[in-house]
Design a binder for this molecule. Structure first.
Ligand code: NAP
Length: 337
C-alpha cells in the first residue's frame, strides 16, 4: 500500500427515478503498491454520462451493472505517476475507463496514450472522445448525409448532439437542433451554425414546430433523447429517411419505458431505416475518426464546448445535472491539475 490518500465515489443505493446525491457516497480508499506490468494513474478529468444511469439499475445492459458500495467507473483521462509497464512512462497522459477516484492502478491493456498537443486532455472525453465518435459514426457509418438534406438532432446542446449537428453542417445539410433553453438554442444557431433550433420546453406542439422549420421534411433524425420529441420527428420523415438512435436520455430514469405511438408502419410507407448502435461497434475506425475530428477542429469547422465542474466530491451532482438540463456541452469533472 502506498502512502497516497485516495477518495472514491461509490454507489450507495440504486436510484429510483431521478438520481439523488444520497444515492452516492464519498469514501476513503487505499492505493495498492504496483506489481510488475502495472501503472498508477492520477485522474485529471472524469466524464459524467447519461448512459451511466442504465448501469445503476440492477439489469444487464451492454455492460454489467455497477455494484453497490463499489467505486463507479467511467471514461477518464489521467496522468501516469508511476510505471512498472514498459509501454508507459511517468508523465504520460492517458485515457481509460477508470474509477471515480483520485488514483487508479491499471495493467495498461485498455490504457490509451493521448496527445495533449492536439487538444487539452478534457477534450478526449468530449469532442475527441466517445461523444465525438458517436456523432461521427452515426453520420458516416449509419446515415451518411447528402448535401442539401434536412437533419434534425435531439439533445442538440449535449456533447453528442453538438458534434452531430456540426458534422451535418460540414456535409452541407440543413440542420435543426432541439434543446431545452433559448440560451442553448442561440448558441447552436449563432456559434455553431445550426440553421434552426427549437426549445422543447416551451414548445407545445413539437410536430407543428418541426414542420415549420423543416418544410421539406426530415431526411435524417439523429436521436439522443427519445420520448415525445422522437414521436413528433418520426411523423415527418421523408421517403428513404434514416433514423440514428444514439441514446434515449428521456427514458433512463424510468423503470419501464413510456409507451409511445406505434410508428413501424411509418418506416414501411417511407422505406425508412432506423438503427441503434454503441460506439464500440466501430472501434476499429476510432483512430481515423479522431484524426478527422481533430482536423476539423484545426480548420475551425468544428467547435466544442465543455462545462467543467471542479472536484471529485461534486461528481454525483455533475451527473444529476445531466437530467435537469443544467449541463451545456460536454460535462466533465476536474479531479486534479
Ligand atoms: N450509443 C453510444 O455508444 C453512446 C455513447 C455515448 C452517449 N450515448 C448517448 O447519447 C445521448 C447523448 O449523450 P451526451 O453525452 O451528448 O449527453 P449530455 O451531453 O450529457 O446531454 C445532457 C443533456 O440532455 C438533455 N436532456 C436531459 N434530459 C432530457 C429529457 N428528458 N428530454 C430531452 N433532453 C434531455 C439536457 O439538455 P436540454 O434539456 O437543455 O436540451 C442535458 O443538458 C445519451 O442518451 C447517451 O446515453 C450513446
Amino acid at each position: 500500500m502506498t502512502s497516497l490518500k485516495n477518495r472514491q465515489i461509490q454507489l450507495a443505493n440504486r436510484p429510483e427515478g431521478k438520481p439523488q446525491t444520497s444515492d452516492f457516497e464519498l469514501v476513503g480508499a487505499d492505493v495498492p503498491e504496483l506489481k510488475d506490468g502495472e501503472i498508477l494513474i492520477q485522474t485529471l478529468f472524469l466524464s459524467v454520462d447519461p448512459g451511466m444511469r442504465n448501469m445503476m439499475k440492477d439489469k444487464e445492459s451492454y455492460t454489467s451493472p455497477f455494484g453497490l458500495h463499489e467505486v463507479l467507473t467511467g471514461r477518464s483521462v489521467g496522468k501516469v505517476i508511476e510505471s512498472k509497464n514498459k509501454n508507459f512512462e511517468k508523465g504520460d497522459a492517458v485515457f481509460e475507463r477508470l474509477g471515480w477516484q483520485d488514483y487508479s492502478v491499471s495493467n495498461g491493456e485498455a490504457t490509451k496514450k493521448i496527445d495533449i498537443d492536439i487538444a487539452p486532455a478534457s477534450a478526449y472525453l468530449g469532442v475527441l472522445g466517445v461523444p465525438g465518435l458517436v456523432a461521427y459514426f452515426g453520420l458516416t457509418e449509419i446515415a451518411p448525409p447528402e448535401k442539401g438534406e434536412t437533419v434534425v438532432v435531439s439533445g442538440a446542446s449535449g456533447a453528442v448532439g453538438m458534434n452531430a449537428g456540426q458534422i451535418a453542417k460540414i456535409k452541407g445539410c440543413r440542420v435543426v437542433g432541439i434543446a431545452g433553453s433559448d440560451e442553448k438554442n442561440r448558441y447552436l444557431t449563432e456559434e455553431l451554425g445550426f440553421d434552426e433550433a427549437i426549445n422543447y420546453k416551451t414548445t407545445k406542439d413539437m410536430k407543428a414546430a418541426l414542420e415549420k422549420v423543416c418544410p421539406d421534411g426530415i431526411d435524417i433524425y439523429f436521436d439522443n433523447v427519445g420520448g415525445e420529441i422522437t414521436d413528433a420527428a418520426l411523423q415527418l420523415i421523408n421517403y428513404h429517411a434514416r433514423v440514428v438512435v444514439s441514446g434515449q436520455t428521456s427514458q433512463y430514469n424510468e423503470e419501464n419505458p413510456d409507451q409511445g405511438p406505434r410508428f413501424l408502419n411509418q418506416l414501411v410507407t417511407k422505406s425508412a431505416m432506423i438503427k441503434g448502435f454503441v460506439v464500440y461497434d466501430y472501434e476499429d475506425k476510432n483512430d481515423e475518426a479522431i484524426e478527422q475530428m481533430a482536423k476539423w477542429i484545426q480548420e475551425g469547422k468544428l467547435k466544442y464546448k465543455e462545462n467543467i465542474v471542479e472536484g471529485l466530491e461534486n461528481s454525483p451532482q455533475a451527473f444529476i445535472d445531466l437530467f435537469e438540463s443544467k449541463s451545456f456541452g460536454k460535462q466533465v469533472v476536474k479531479v486534479s491539475e
